[in-house]
Structure formats: structure tokens, C-alpha cells
Design a protein. Structure first.
Length: 569
């Protein structure tokens, strides 16, 4: 029709786009093949540089091309032309970042170029980071590059803090800025030790990053005010809450030997550390009556390469005579810590560390923060972040005194945030175990009882090295994990009325005599095989388990566990 604009059909448009893509692909593949040919032949010329530029301009994530490009630049650079050469390279990487602002290869290459520049323009690099972060405040590649620039150019910490002030002021939800702030604050007073140690069984926070340096009190109070403004403004934003928990957190426990147990009968030394450690054979020295011993350290379970508990066998006859007294010292040379044990006539030996308490100053600050959270909780009674932080503050201050309130808050958390109900159950289980350990230590007993507490998981078993009797009945446990193998003094285990179907942790427990597993989910004979490694086991109660309905089970159990004389099925 005359006078009408001819409009192409959808099919025609798609066909033209397909042909255009094919054309571009042929050009790209041709350039790629040319680059690889030059690379394999070691040709490092201007044409190779142009070809890599052509390819990277459309696909800046081609790591091999960035590597080859650096080889070419190193070959072409001269002292007279270096500044110009690398300034042009900075312009090129900037164009690549416009194609993909999160291109790892582009950011890495830019850092390499900046380090080669004779006269780098660091303010310009910081300005580039500012522009990129204004577009995407969570571009972690850009954050990494900014940290590199700050370190290389010696930007003062105070200046970077002001930078985070600006970003947080414009958006309280800027988690990356809160996190960056947490890395900067401890640098204000480098080398200052932590203000206090946390009690051995209290974990008040899970922080984004842990630092061992003190944040000065004046600055700390400013940070509390800043973060409280954030979460009172938007109580449901998680960024400020995570940072707040970091502020409230204390340095992790010092790496040290927390407990040593020496068994005369087994001629065995078991060492518990305050943290997971790698095989300590190199740095752990055992001295018996003034003589260093040649011993081989092993973890308590074959699955553990890192473990808080390690043990060794002493030379036969070295301490077995109950009429002789001995002095034994374990040195951890790597961390400059040691424990001394005295073996008196007829007795085993043990030496445990002390539990540190909060300082008066820290207690005052935490109490003030708990009051602030209480005020917010009155306004937002179902805010999960406020509830969880309140629990953590209560645990840091007085875990036993706040136990009832903590349990009530956990119940509320499960109701307002049902998707994370299992997480809250596990965390509550952890806290209940910590409380029971504290009660046990205060009472100076070796009996650990946590029956009917709705436990869904087990933890801190490394702190039960000296426990002789454990009652875990009527909980929600599915297994006895490998960490159970740390309980080298355990004699009696009660775990009735759970849902246990795995006994992996009942491995080489030298003193275990009595195991009660009534009304669990044990259905296979192979599940009981770990018990074969427990030399003193004489009583086993399996009543109410599916395995008891298996034909000929009594004979099979007698063959598997011949030492068990009291078998209840």
C-alpha cells in the first residue's frame, strides 16, 4: 500500500538477529583462534594486544586472555613508555567494567596495572570505587579493590570511616559498609589486647568478622548510638543488627590447653584445647618427671583432622604403678601454653583451665544495651532480630539467671519466624547444654543430665572430657555424633526415648560400661558396630528398637559384642 511504512514481520526480525549473531560469533572465534595461535607461538606483539582488547571488550570474564595480556604488556613495557602504556590500560579496564561491573578478571587486572604504574593516581582510583559503589553498594569485587587501593596509598583509617559514615547515612541497609566498618574500627588502636575473655561456655554472638583488638570505649559508644539509630529507624533491616552483634561480641577464647587428663590404667594422656586444632604432633611436647617423651598424638575419631581433643599412649609401665607419684607437663610450643598434672598414689590426674568473668565495665555496657533492646521490644514485640539479640545479651550477662526468659523468647521466635524454627531449636539446644555445663562446674560434679529438654543437637562435648555419667533421655536426638568419642571418662550413657539411628560417636570409649538406648530407631546390626571398640562395655539396653524384632538377633548380638553380659532386648 502506498503511503504506509513497511513493518517487518517478527519472523523476519528474528532471522536478521540470528544472522547478526552468527556474524559476530565468526568474528569473535576468528580473533580467539588468532590469539591462541600467537600465545602458543610466543608472539607478544602489538597485534596480540589489540586482539585481546577486541575479545575482552565483549567478554571481560575470559581469564586466559587477561593472563596473556599481562605477558604482552610486560614484554612491551619500557621505562620511558611505562606510564603512558599502563594509563591506557587503566582506561581499557574501565571500559570493561562498564560491560560487567562485577568482572573478577577486570578488577584483578586493574590492581595489577596500578601496582606496575610508576606514578599511580590513587585519588582517581578511589573516585572510581565511589562511582561503582554508588551504582551497586554490594559489588564485593569493587570493595576488594578499594581495600587494595587504601592499603597501597596509605589512606588514613579515619578517612575510610567517614566514607562508611556517608554510605550508611544514605542507606542503613548497606551491609557491605557495616562490614567494612567492622574491619576498620579495630585498627584505630592496633596491638591493644581484648578487653575481656568470654566465659568458657557462653557464646553471645555470631559476628560477621572477629578481631582480637579492643575498640576504644569512646568510639564504641558512638558506634552503639549509630547502630541504634539504624535499627530503631528500620527494626526489620538485618544489616544493622549483624553489625550490632559484632559490636557486642568479645574476642574469641585464647588458643590454649584447656584440660589434660591422664589415665594410669590406660597409660594414656588426653588433651583438650580451647579451639579446634590441626594435628599437634609438631608443637605438642609431653614431659614426664622431667623427661621429654616420644609419643604419637592422634585424634579421638578417624574422621577428625581438626579436633579440640587429642590423645597419645605413654610408654608401657611408665605410670601404671599406682604406688608411684609422677609429675606430667604438656607444652603447646606453638601457642606458648602448658598444663601441669600431678599423679598422686593410686589416682589418675587432671588439670583444667579457669573460667574468666566479664569485667565490670563490660557488664555495665551490656546491661545498658539490654535495656535499649527491651525498649525496642516493647514497640516491636515480634521483631525476630530484636528477640535474638536480646537472647544473646542475656546469655552474655547471666546465662543461668536469664534461662527462663531466654526459653520464652525462643518460643516466640519459632512462632514469628517458623521458617527458621529448626535453627532456633538447635541454638536453644546449644544454650541449654552450655547452662548445664556451667551448673555442673559450679557443683563440681561429673554427672551431666539433660533429659526431657527438647534437644535437637549436641555440642560442646569437648568440654565434657571428665564426665562419667550422661543422661540425654527424652529429647529429639537423631544420632550420637563422632564428637562423642571425646568422652574418655564416660562410664554410663542414658539416651532412651529419642530417635537415634546412628551411634558413630561411641568409638573407643575406654571406660564405657553401661549404655541404655531404649525406644530409639536402631534397626540394623551394623549401627551397633562402633560399640565393639569399647573394651569395658558390659550392659546394653535396646528394648523398644526395631532391631529387637529381627530374627535371631540375640545370637547375632552375642557374636558381635561378646563382652556384653547384660543384654536387654
Amino acid at each position: 500500500q502506498h503511503g504506509r511504512v513497511k513493518v517487518k514481520s517478527t519472523a523476519q526480525q528474528e532471522e536478521e538477529k540470528r544472522k547478526e549473531r552468527e556474524k559476530k560469533l565468526k568474528v569473535y572465534l576468528s580473533a580467539r583462534d588468532a590469539v591462541f595461535s600467537k600465545k602458543s607461538n610466543g608472539v607478544l606483539d602489538e597485534e596480540a594486544l589489540q586482539l585481546t582488547q577486541q575479545l575482552l571488550s565483549s567478554n571481560p570474564d575470559f581469564a586466559t586472555l587477561w593472563n596473556f595480556r599481562r605477558e604482552i604488556l610486560l614484554h612491551l613495557e619500557t621505562e620511558e613508555e611505562m606510564q603512558k602504556l599502563y594509563e591506557l590500560e587503566l582506561l581499557f579496564t574501565e571500559s570493561c567494567l562498564k560491560v560487567n561491573p562485577k568482572s573478577y578478571g577486570s578488577w584483578h587486572h586493574r590492581g595489577w596495572v596500578s601496582s606496575r604504574l610508576p606514578r599511580p593516581d590513587w585519588p582517581r582510583e578511589l573516585s572510581l570505587c565511589d562511582r561503582c559503589l554508588s551504582v551497586d553498594e554490594r559489588n564485593f569485587h569493587c570493595w576488594d579493590y578499594r581495600r587494595f587501593v587504601v592499603k597501597a596509598s596509605g589512606v588514613p583509617v579515619s578517612q575510610e570511616l567517614r566514607f562508611t559514615d556517608r554510605l550508611i547515612g544514605s542507606n542503613f541497609s548497606n551491609y557491605s559498609s557495616w562490614h567494612y566498618r567492622s574491619t576498620l574500627l579495630p585498627l584505630l588502636q592496633p596491638g591493644t589486647p581484648s578487653p575481656c575473655r568470654k566465659p568458657a561456655h557462653v557464646s553471645p554472638t555470631a559476628s560477621p568478622q572477629t578481631h582480637g583488638h579492643r575498640v576504644c570505649e569512646e568510639q564504641l559508644l558512638k558506634e552503639y548510638e549509630l547502630v541504634q539509630n539504624a535499627f530503631f529507624t528500620d527494626p526489620n533491616d538485618q544489616s544493622a543488627w549483624f553489625y550490632y552483634r559484632w559490636l557486642l561480641g568479645r574476642a574469641e577464647r585464647e588458643e590454649m590447653i584447656s584440660c589434660v587428663y591422664v589415665s594410669r590404667e590406660g597409660e594414656r594422656v588426653t588433651v583438650a584445647f580451647s579451639k579446634l586444632v590441626n594435628a599437634p604432633a609438631e608443637g605438642l611436647v609431653l614431659v614426664l618427671d622431667g623427661q621429654p617423651q616420644q609419643v604419637e598424638w592422634r585424634s579421638v575419631h578417624p574422621l577428625f583432622r581438626h579436633s579440640p581433643v587429642w590423645l597419645c599412649e605413654l610408654p608401657p609401665g611408665s605410670i601404671s604403678d599406682i604406688n608411684n607419684e609422677h609429675n606430667l607437663t604438656v607444652h603447646w610450643t606453638e601457642k606458648h601454653t602448658h598444663r601441669d598434672c600431678a599423679l598422686y598414689t593410686g589416682r589418675d590426674g587432671c588439670e583444667c583451665g579457669e573460667v574468666s568473668e566479664l569485667s565490670i565495665e563490660k557488664t555495665s555496657v551490656l546491661q545498658s544495651e539490654l535495656q535499649s533492646c527491651g525498649q525496642l521490644l516493647e514497640l516491636e514485640p515480634q521483631n525476630k532480630w530484636c528477640l535474638l539479640t536480646t537472647i544473646l545479651l542475656m546469655r552474655a550477662l547471666d546465662p543461668l539467671g536469664h534461662e527462663r526468659e531466654t526459653l520464652a523468647h525462643f518460643q516466640t521466635l519459632k512462632e514469628v519466624d517458623p521458617m527458621r524454627s529448626s535453627y532456633y531449636s538447635d541454638l536453644c539446644s546449644k544454650f541449654m547444654i552450655e547452662n548445664t555445663i556451667l551448673k555442673m562446674e559450679y557443683a563440681e560434679v561429673r554427672v551431666f543430665s539433660l533429659s526431657d529438654k527438647n534437644l535437637s543437637t549436641l555440642c560442646h562435648l569437648d568440654q565434657l572430657l571428665l564426665v562419667t555419667h550422661i543422661n540425654l533421655s527424652s529429647n529429639q536426638l537423631l544420632k550420637l555424633p563422632p564428637q562423642f568419642a571425646m568422652l574418655h571418662c564416660l562410664k554410663v550413657l542414658e539416651a532412651d526415648n529419642n530417635a537415634i539411628e546412628n551411634l558413630e560417636g561411641l568409638y573407643q570409649l575406654p571406660k564405657l560400661e553401661d549404655v541404655s538406648l531404649r525406644n530409639n530407631h536402631i534397626s540394623k546390626l551394623s549401627t551397633l558396630e562402633p560399640l565393639v571398640s569399647c573394651p569395658k562395655l558390659i550392659r546394653l539396653d535396646l528394648r523398644g528398637n526395631p532391631i529387637t524384632k529381627t530374627a535371631n538377633i540375640q545370637a547375632e548380638l552375642a557374636q558381635l559384642l561378646p563382652s556384653v553380659t547384660d543384654l536387654l532386648i
